[in-house]
Design a protein around this ligand. Structure first.
Ligand code: GTR
Length: 330
């Protein structure tokens, strides 16, 4: 499959395959295979974790997911903001950089005013954003083999992006317990930057999400890797090897040898909805390459289900990005 960048570079990417084949290749070669479903899963709730939240327009609860995986216990907290006295709410599951509500990347009251419920969690509460595979969910999975420097893994064992994506699926498990309170035809998984990559992986694998949104996800996210400007496989694997499986390392300076490209990730979301957002000055992510990702995947989506847009400015998850996402969902 050949594509031409607007900037004139010609790239040849592998043809799309079946969804199962593409998800298998992506996990084998890039992110690692996600763990299976938990053996046990339950939730506890601290109601009105933030008293008088949004003047009473919404309730903010703190939920803890109690998980048993590989026979071992694991738990992590997340936050649930539900607009009051409303049924069938559209909702976001936002994989976030911190626990704060609101957060600089999550204008919570505005989202409530738009009629959305918001579930969010701090990715570091699942497993920390570093090479320590003894920490949190990683420690549960890797057990006695876990190491502090990350070199404990078989070639397609999961990296941290896969583990954060798995945790977001557990938040969806909780959302399902709320039944008619939520509108599952407007369920959105979203994240910014490294967590945009994570949102795409989660949404590609978990068909319960009707909408998938990546903001400025760039390299190893929505951007086509071949011919990409800014960040390359070498940069990302040297700085963040722990985000991926070990197999991904073999494509440093050998992007043309990859049996996939990022359009596989986007196409695996079809026939649901995907919106890949870019920022005009975020050249490290490469808006042009993100647009190409959507273009190369769009053939397998119904009309209007795969979209790309560029906001003016820098790398950031801004109110403008949220408003664009809301318009896409509505
Ligand atoms: C950068 C990384 C990008 C992006 C970003 C972020 O350093 O190179 O791929 O993920 O971090 O997550 O903020």
């Amino acid at each position: 499959m050949e594509a031409i960048y607007q900037r004139g570079t010609r790239v040849t990417v592998p043809e799309l395959q079946s969804r199962d084949q593409m998800l298998n290749i992506l996990q084998e070669e890039e992110y690692g295979f996600l763990p299976g479903k938990p053996e046990k899963l339950s939730f506890t709730k601290e109601e009105n974790f933030i008293q008088g939240f949004c003047a009473g327009k919404a309730a903010c609860d703190r939920i803890t997911a109690h998980i048993q995986l590989n026979g071992k216990p694991f738990s992590f907290p997340f936050y649930c903001v539900l607009p009051a006295k409303k049924e069938r709410l559209p909702f976001f599951v936002h994989i976030n950089f911190g626990p704060e509500i609101p957060h600089r990347y999550m204008p919570t009251e505005e989202l409530v005013d738009e009629g959305f419920a918001i579930f969010s969690f701090d990715y570091n509460d699942v497993t920390r954003d570093n090479a320590d595979f003894t920490d949190g969910l990683a420690g549960v999975i890797y057990g006695d083999d876990a190491s502090k420097d990350g070199f404990c893994r078989k070639p397609s064992d999961p990296g941290k992006i896969a583990l954060w994506a798995w945790a977001a699926m557990r938040v969806m498990d909780y959302a399902e317990t709320l039944g008619d309170k939520l509108d599952f035809t407007k369920s959105v998984i979203c994240g910014h930057s490294r967590l945009g990559k994570t949102a795409l992986l989660c949404g590609a694998l978990d068909e319960r999400f009707a909408y998938v949104h990546s903001n400025d996800s760039g390299c190893s996210g929505a951007a086509i890797t071949r011919g990409k400007m800014g960040e390359r496989v070498r940069h990302i694997c040297e700085r963040f090897p722990f985000w991926f499986c070990e197999n991904y390392q073999q494509y440093i300076d050998r992007e043309d040898q990859m049996p996939f490209d990022q359009h596989y990730l986007l196409a695996s979301i079809a026939p649901r909805h995907v919106l890949a957002a870019s920022a005009s000055e975020d050249l490290w992510a490469d808006p042009e390459a993100e647009k190409l990702g959507i273009e190369l995947a769009s053939g397998v989506f119904p009309e209007g289900h795969a979209a790309h847009y560029v906001r003016e400015g820098l790398h950031y998850f801004s109110r403008d990005d949220w408003h664009h996402l809301i318009r896409f969902v509505e």
